[in-house]
Design a protein around this ligand. Structure first.
Ligand code: NAP
Length: 362
């Protein structure tokens, strides 16, 4: 079996950024982007191209100010091969086509990022890595369809997935008023000057509620207990913000809306036996934690209590196994932004390149 110099696992901004840097360093990276046909990937939000592929417009990734939809279409047509253009053609053609100016969408950005990596020679396999053996070098990785591959260095960039409540009505309105990322989606026109609902009681929920309070008419922070889990400073921020209204001892039992209007409200159910309540709302943000996609590592890399891969050196992407590097949300419970993921992807490729050189392998 031939041994790859570097294998990248993942296909979000961290993975493609790592791939671009690794390919330009002549490491001939092999990227496992995930299996698009494995139904659990669709259901879990772990399908190829990561969380960005599940978002709408990305207004906070530098270099993509809003532009005319037709110009974005011309760019996609020029940058992508026909089969990949077809995956984003609905933005420009047909009855779902956009009009006017807009920011680039997550799915477009991920197709462009993938193509950028391919252009520099990255080989892409559309399969999942389901198991790894990092106990000896070269490292061995096992794919879902039964292949085995080996590598001198590995970059883990499998991301994390946002937790949702799990209601069918919530699922129906994802990308149509239901989101799990206020920073990604909160500033969209649909949420401006509308009542919004944030579910959760941790730091993320408070952060999202505070962020959304800049745009919303009111933010209902729905928490299942009568005490926030968030740190004291974050709690103070929520409790002193006049636009945040606490809904204690409550869970969202149903999301209401229409296909045309998206979310129009939610039903709150009491966790302490009180009456249910209907709230008008233009959006609902789930902030009930993230799950890093690390199950396939099964004790092979040191992870924290939640499952995030631990970086073992400050400001480096080294992990507990020498030669294995981690980038993006899979190792980042704090920032979780596309641009920080792309940054750490670059760092991981540089770390891998330098580490391989130190081993005399490159
Ligand atoms: P978290 O601390 O695990 O909080 C999740 C919240 O969601 C909890 O309040 C939990 O309720 C609630 N929850 C969980 N499942 C639920 C369900 N099915 N239905 C309703 N509510 C549910 O997650 P996080 O807020 O994403 O924070 C993750 C980590 O990142 C934490 O260490 C946090 O400190 C850190 N973080 C820090 C900052 C910051 O410092 N600025 C910002 C964001 C995140 P219970 O409380 O009842 O369990």
């Amino acid at each position: 079996m031939s041994v790859e110099k570097v294998i990248i696992i993942g296909s979000g901004p961290a993975a493609w950024s790592a791939a671009v840097y690794a390919a330009r360093a002549s490491l001939e990276p092999l990227a496992f982007e995930g299996n698009p046909f494995w139904d659990e990937n669709r259901i879990n939000g772990t399908a190829p191209l990561g969380q960005l592929n599940l978002t709408t417009e990305v207004e906070n990734f530098l270099t993509w100010p809003s532009a005319d939809n037709a110009a974005l279409g011309a760019f996609s047509k020029s940058a992508l091969p026909p089969d990949k253009y077809a995956e984003v053609a609905h933005y420009y053609e047909g009855k779902r086509a956009h009009s006017g100016k807009r920011a680039a969408s997550g799915p477009e950005m991920m197709q462009w990022a993938r193509q950028q990596a391919v252009n520099f020679g990255t080989r892409v396999v559309s399969d999942d890595i389901v198991r790894v053996d990092f106990s000896k070098r070269p490292f061995t990785l096992f794919t879902r369809d039964g292949q085995t591959v080996q590598a001198k260095a590995v970059i883990v960039a499998t991301g994390a997935r946002a937790n949702y409540i799990g209601l069918p009505s919530e699922d129906r309105f994802k990308n149509n008023g239901v989101s799990a990322c206020a920073v990604c989606d909160g500033a969209l026109p649909r949420f401006r000057n509308r009542p919004l609902v944030v579910v959760g009681g941790g730091d993320t929920a408070v952060e999202e509620a505070s962020y959304l309070s800049k745009f919303a008419s009111v933010v209902y922070l729905v928490h299942r207990r009568d005490k926030l889990r968030a740190s004291q400073i974050m709690q103070n921020r929520a409790l002193t913000n006049s636009k945040i209204m606490m809904k204690w001892n409550s869970v969202v039992g149903e999301v209401f809306g229409t296909d045309d209007d998206g979310v129009t409200g939610v039903q709150l159910d009491s966790t302490v036996g009180g009456p249910s309540e209907k709230l008008d709302a233009g959006g609902m943000f789930a902030a009930i934690g993230h799950t890093p996609n690390t199950a396939f590592l099964k004790g092979q890399l040191e992870c924290d209590a939640v499952g995030y891969v631990k970086w073992t050196l400050p400001f480096r992407t080294y992990t507990s196994v020498e030669g294995v590097f981690a980038a993006g949300d899979v190792a980042d419970a704090t920032y979780r932004q596309a641009i920080t993921a792309a940054g750490t992807g670059c760092m991981a490729a540089l770390d891998a390149e330098r580490w391989l050189a130190e081993q005399g392998e490159h």
